[in-house]
Write a protein that binds this ligand. Structure first.
Ligand SMILES: Nc1ncnc2c1ncn2[C@@H]1O[C@H](COP(=O)(O)OP(=O)(O)OP(=O)(O)O)[C@@H](O)[C@H]1O
Length: 289
C-alpha cells in the first residue's frame, strides 16, 4: 500500500558521547503503520525524537511530506504535519483531559478559540474520551491517559504520527482497543510505532523496521520478518546447542530458534522468532520501506 515515501531519511547519525544512538540510519516510510522494534537502547526513541524535530541529528538529513526540517521554514512546515506521542507524555495531573489537549492545540498554533475547541472535541471523540473530557488527568486510568496523549498527537490532523511505545502498561483489552485506534489513524496517514510488543507489529503493522545499536537491521513486511525464521524453529526436550535462542515453554518442552539438527520437530515460526534471529548477528537486510 506504500507508494511515494512520506518520510525519507538518509544517513541520520546522533551521538551521545561515545554512544551512537543513531548510526547512519537510512529509511523511507509510506502511508500505513510501520512498527519499530528493537531491544532497550537500540535507538528507537532517538529516531522518533529526531524525526519529530525535537532533537537535531549530528549528521544526515530527512524530509517530512517533502519539507526539510534543516531550514527554519521547512521545520515549521514539517512540525505542522507531525503528531508525536512521546514515551513519557508529561501530563500536568491537575489538567482535565480537555484542558491538556487544548493546551497542546494552542502550542500547535490553533489560535481561533472556537475552531480550536471544535478540534479538541473532535480528537477526544476519535479516541473515545468524550464522556471523561472534563475529568482531571490524575483521575484517569493508564489506558485513558494514553488515549489523551494520542488525542493530543492527533490535533490538527497531522499526516505523520510518531508513537513511542503507546501500548506500554495497558491491559490486553485496552491494548486491543488502542491497536484499533492506531489502525484507524494509519488508514490515511503515515504512522511510525515504536514498541516492544511483537504482537502489536504482527496484528497492526504493514511494515516493520528492526533496529539494534543505532542501526537498521531489517526493514520489510511482517511476513518477511516471520519468514526469516522459516525452518528454524523447533521443539525439543532441552535447549539445543544449535539454538540462537531457546526457552522452556509452559508444557516443559523447549522452543529453539536457530540452526535445527537433522530430523528436528519443526514449528511454524512467529514474527518474534524472526525478530530474534535478526538480532542475533544475522546479516542486515534492508529493503525499502
Ligand atoms: N539524553 C541522552 N544522553 C545520553 N545518552 C542517551 C540519551 N538518550 C539516549 N541515550 C543513549 O542512546 C542509546 C539509544 O537510546 P534510545 O532511548 O533511543 O533507545 P530505545 O531503543 O528507545 O530504548 P528503550 O527501548 O529502552 O526505550 C542508548 O544507549 C541510550 O543510553
Amino acid at each position: 500500500m506504500t507508494s511515494a515515501a512520506t518520510v525519507s531519511a538518509a544517513g541520520l547519525t546522533l551521538r551521545y558521547g561515545r554512544t551512537a544512538a543513531l548510526d547512519d540510519v537510512t529509511l523511507g516510510l509510506g502511508e500505513g503503520v510501520t512498527g519499530l522494534l528493537g531491544p532497550n537502547g537500540a535507538g528507537k526513541t532517538s529516531l522518533l525524537r529526531v524525526l519529530a524535530t525535537a532533537v537535531p541529528a549530528d549528521r544526515g538529513a530527512f524530509t517530512v511530506l517533502g519539507h526539510d526540517p534543516a531550514t527554519a521554514a521547512g521545520r515549521r512546515e514539517a512540525r505542522r504535519r507531525l503528531g508525536y506521542l512521546p514515551q513519557n507524555p508529561g501530563f500536568h495531573p491537575e489538567f482535565t483531559a480537555f484542558a491538556f489537549v487544548d493546551y497542546v492545540a494552542i502550542l500547535k498554533e490553533l489560535t481561533d478559540r472556537g475552531a480550536r475547541h471544535r478540534e479538541v472535541r473532535r480528537v477526544l471523540e476519535a479516541v473515545d474520551l468524550t464522556d471523561v473530557r472534563g475529568k482531571r488527568i490524575k483521575r484517569l486510568s493508564g489506558g485513558m491517559r494514553q488515549r489523551v496523549a494520542l488525542a493530543a498527537a492527533l490535533v490538527g490532523d497531522p499526516g505523520v504520527l510518531l508513537l513511542d511505545e503507546p501500548t506500554v502498561g495497558l491491559d490486553p483489552e485496552q491494548r486491543m482497543r488502542f491497536r484499533e485506534l492506531i489502525a484507524d489513524a494509519g488508514a490515511s496517514r503515515t504512522v511510525l510505532l515504536s514498541t516492544h510488543q511483537t504482537e502489536d507489529v504482527a496484528m497492526l503493522c504493514h511494515r516493520v523496521i528492526v533496529m539494534a545499536r543505532g542501526r537498521v537491521r531489517f526493514a520489510g513486511t511482517p511476513a518477511e520478518l516471520t519468514a526469516r525464521a522459516a525452518g528454524r524453529v523447533w521443539i525439543g526436550t532441552q535447549r539445543d546447542p544449535g539454538a540462537r535462542a531457546g526457552w522452556r515453554t509452559g508444557l516443559g518442552t523447549f522452543r529453539n530458534v536457530g540452526d535445527p539438527p537433522k530430523g528436528a520437530d519443526l514449528l511454524e515460526p512467529t514474527l518474534e522468532d524472526g525478530y530474534l534471529l535478526v538480532l542475533d548477528g544475522e546479516p542486515a537486510e534492508v529493503a525499502s520501506v
